[in-house]
Design a protein around this ligand. Structure first.
Ligand code: PEP
Length: 258
């Protein structure tokens, strides 16, 4: 069985001292774990230096929540791929539904961001997901296919191999309404099949497809047990160390049973 990835997206939460306590507690409690579960913490940009310092003594990975679509230059307020790389950041979340909705990030912009990350050897965690009305209108498969075709399917095979996907139905994000294990499995299998058609079976099998959307300590085990769910992207439940550690425990339990 492949590894499971548990990634925490802190979004725009937590002050510096709470952030430090949170990451230290997660790092300390991750020391004796198997290397079958890869834990990625994505704090706000301003805490990345602190996080990468702590990471050096741990087995965690650190990710950014965003990346500029531009190179360095006259783009006030933007954080470039080169900057992130120079801070030992390993991953960047790209295409989160909140960035699509509140910051008008289109598929074209997201493709530029993907290319900037890959150029700087940062692994994208690329989010896709349908709106509630799209699911209710039975358009969810079509929407996901289009999102993939407009973005990651425009990458070369070699670049795509560095991409982790996160299926995050927008109606499940921060709502407490989780996709059922059947809904998650059905969509993940659909996505893997599309990857197989585009890049071949080996790359499809190796691609990590995470589930995101109100994943927590109570539902992580059943979600991660699905054959095509390779872990989770966790928002709210990553902000409390004990809850997040229980999700990591659930991932460990899934890897242990196979
Ligand atoms: C997210 O924002 O990526 C997410 C999955 O949030 P939550 O777990 O809070 O639904």
């Amino acid at each position: 069985m492949k590894n499971i990835i548990v990634a925490g997206n802190w979004k725009s939460n937590v002050n510096f001292s709470d952030a430090e306590d949170l990451i230290v507690e997660i790092a300390e409690n991750s020391e004796d774990r198997s290397n079958k579960v890869e834990v990625i913490i994505c704090p706000p940009f301003v805490y990345l230096e602190m996080a990468t310092d702590i990471q050096q003594e741990s087995n965690l990975f650190i990710g950014a929540q965003n990346i500029s679509s531009h190179e360095n230059g006259a783009y006030t307020g933007e954080i470039s791929g080169e900057m992130l790389k120079s801070m030992d950041v390993n991953f960047a979340i790209i295409g989160h539904s909140e960035r699509r909705k509140y910051f008008n990030e289109t598929d074209d912009i997201l493709l530029d961001k993907l290319n900037m990350a890959l150029k700087n050897h940062i692994n994208p965690i690329f989010c896709i997901g349908e709106l509630l009305e799209e699911r209710q209108a039975d358009k969810h498969f079509e929407v996901i296919k289009q999102q993939l075709e407009n973005t990651v399917f425009k990458l070369s095979k070699e670049d795509f191999e560095h991409v982790t996907l996160a299926y995050e139905p927008v109606w499940a994000i921060g709502t407490g309404v989780t996709a059922s294990k059947e809904q998650a499995q059905e969509m993940h299998a659909f996505i893997r099949n599309l990857i197989s058609e585009k890049f071949g079976e080996v790359i499809a099998d190796e691609c990590f497809i995470l589930y995101g959307g109100s994943c927590n300590a109570s539902n992580a085990y059943e979600l991660f047990s699905q054959p095509d769910v390779d872990g989770g992207l966790i928002g709210g439940a990553s902000l409390k160390a004990d809850e997040f550690l229980k999700i990591i425990d659930a991932a460990e339990a899934v890897t242990a049973k196979s």
